[in-house]
Design a protein around this ligand. Structure first.
Ligand SMILES: [Mg+2]
Length: 237
């Protein structure tokens, strides 16, 4: 059985904060500090937050314009996922912008950065419920609340993507059994270590060994599955 991994998009792959700050600047005519998260800042009234979202809602394909934090790592994650035979689900609760659906924009954006045919799930509800429903093994998310929901409501492990140096939050997460990383490079290092170390573990983890040992003779589609390739002959009766 393939390892099943849930990866949040905003704050993990995409710099949502910077994009929202830029939107707020254009919409409200007011600058925000880099450290300030306008979405949650007390300096920003809820009515202004609503105005910015209304502005985003009319912007065609606004989600396509977000900057990836570490663009090279998205392709690396793809490569690792393919070679390890994992199943990855990208999770988001992005509201609609103009243009295509938030789901389609997210799929297109992730693929443009090197992860072909990404599975994007728009999750309006609890991340714990989705982790449980999908039987995820591991979830990477930048929100502590989501990580807590995941470990509380499912058997999945959670890794908090903490890009700021918040030692108190880091300690809090670790005390709750939640792993902490500060960027995608570290997260991918953790995933690589899992792949390498789990086969040598004993006990309960032994059952997970086959996640990390895809059969060497496994026939794989090309690295870019969209590359031209003749379809196999159809099965006849
Ligand atoms: Mg997030």
């Amino acid at each position: 059985m393939a390892l099943r991994i849930g990866i949040d998009i905003d704050g993990v792959l995409a710099d949502f904060r910077a994009a929202f700050r830029a939107a707020a600047r254009q919409c409200l005519g007011r600058a925000f500090e880099a450290a300030e998260d306008p979405k949650t800042s007390k300096a920003m009234a809820q009515a202004d937050v609503r105005k910015v979202w209304d502005w985003v809602e009319k912007k065609p394909n606004w989600w396509m314009g977000l900057r990836p934090y570490e663009p090279d790592q998205i392709a690396k994650l793809y490569s690792l996922t393919r070679s390890a035979g994992w199943e990855v689900f990208f999770l988001t609760n992005r509201p609609a912008s103009g243009g295509d659906t938030a789901q389609f924009q997210s799929q297109s954006w992730i693929e443009q950065h090197g992860f072909y045919m990404p599975s994007v799930l728009t999750v309006p509800g609890s991340r714990g419920d989705i982790a449980n429903g999908l039987r995820l093994d591991l979830v990477i998310d930048d929100q502590m609340l989501n990580c807590v929901e995941v470990v509380s409501a499912s058997t999945a492990k959670a890794i908090l993507m903490l890009r700021s140096h918040d030692q108190a939050l880091s300690n809090h997460a670790i005390n709750r059994g939640i792993g902490v990383v500060s960027n995608l490079v570290e997260a991918i290092t953790v995933l690589e270590r899992l792949r390498e170390e789990l086969p040598s573990r004993r006990g309960r983890l032994m059952r997970l060994t086959d996640w990390f040992n895809p059969s060497p003779e496994r026939e794989r589609l090309p690295d870019n599955p969209r590359a031209a390739r003749p379809l196999p002959p159809l099965v006849q009766d």
